[in-house]
Design a protein around this ligand. Structure first.
Ligand SMILES: Nc1nc2c(c(=O)[nH]1)N[C@H]1C(S)=C(S)[C@@H](COP(=O)(O)O)O[C@H]1N2
Ligand SMILES: [Mo]
Length: 303
């Protein structure tokens, strides 16, 4: 982990211990009236520069998950009915071990860790979220991408009986996202299975969702049922809808505005209505880790 921030105080704790420790802490905290932030920071690895994580209640109440409606409170209202077990994920395309996998077949419990990341939505709000999950590269390595595979594409479940938002036919379902292979293999990219040591809340993308902390939130696709390996840049939902507003890369960039609003600042959820907006950081604060992926690319063209 030395390639990341040096302010990680608990590097000697193995990921599994971190996760189990967090569960124990959480049981203790639940016994108290308010869950305290301090025990969390003692068990999680901080990739958010020491910023205070949002409260679980905020993380679960203010969401984008269009399969359940377009309102920020629709996922919390409607996602409870989603059946997340059993769950299967189809793996196909340019890969040595295609097939249909359960979550536990894809993810080794020993690889689960807890990381606090900044999360920046393209609509200029942000949160700080303690995710539980694994580095995506560990899962991809198990599947065996073939040398010709240049991209990984993801799809979300389409189940109209449980997802009222699918009636909105302005989106060509399933929700789709994709990453270039080097982005997918980057150690900051996670497949997340929980938040604050609890199983992933349905509204946040249970049972398994992507987390790419240096990109706008819409790249972090929820409730994944398909992972495909391809040599072509895959179609992605927001780019299909509004190519001028949403590019394939979607890296957080305070210097490249959305055509309809500035990306220079953001509103932190939970800060209160009159709080000062915060400056948005290049690559959401992960510049030293990820800028090299885009060397030589004009970021105003590849937005
Ligand atoms: N399947 C699916 N994934 C999705 C979305 C969606 O509508 N459907 N919304 C995206 C957007 S725009 C954001 S900002 C994040 C929100 O994640 P959160 O609700 O866990 O904060 O999920 C992303 N993943
Ligand atoms: Mo978003």
């Amino acid at each position: 982990m030395s390639r990341f921030r040096t302010d990680l105080t608990y590097d000697d704790v193995t990921p599994k211990e971190v996760f189990l420790n967090r569960r124990a802490v959480l049981r203790g905290a639940a016994a108290m009236s308010a869950a305290s932030i301090l025990p969390l920071q003692a068990s999680a690895r901080d990739f958010a520069g020491g910023e205070t994580p949002n409260k679980l209640e905020d993380i679960k109440a203010y969401n984008n998950f269009y399969e359940f409606g377009t309102g920020k409170d629709d996922p919390a209202k409607h996602a409870g009915q989603l059946t997340t077990s059993p769950w299967s994920i189809k793996v196909d395309g340019m890969v040595d071990r295609p097939g249909t996998y359960s979550v536990s077949e894809l993810i080794d419990a020993d690889d689960i860790e807890e990381r606090i990341y900044r999360f920046r939505c393209v609509e200029a709000w942000s949160m700080v979220i303690p995710w539980n999950g694994v580095e995506l590269n560990k899962v991809l390595a198990k599947l065996g991408p073939q040398p010709g595979a240049k991209y990984v594409a993801f799809e979300t479940l389409v189940r109209p009986s449980e997802m009222p938002g699918l009636r909105n036919n302005s989106i060509d379902w399933p929700y789709r996202e994709g990453l270039r292979m080097d982005e997918a293999m980057h150690p900051l990219t996670m497949l997340a299975t929980g938040i604050y040591g609890e199983p992933m809340p349905n509204q946040n993308g249970a049972p398994i969702r992507l987390v790419v902390p240096w990109k706008y939130g819409f790249k972090s696709i929820k409730s994944i049922v398909r992972i495909s390996f391809t040599d072509q840049e895959p179609p992605t939902t927001w780019n299909m809808l509004q190519p001028r507003e949403y590019g394939f890369y979607s890296n957080v960039n305070p210097e490249v505005d959305h055509p309809r609003w500035s990306q220079a600042t953001e509103r932190r959820i939970g800060d209160g209505l009159f709080a000062r907006r915060r400056p948005t950081l290049m690559f959401n604060g992960y510049e030293s880790e990820v800028a090299s992926l885009y060397e030589g690319m004009d970021l105003t063209q590849f937005y």
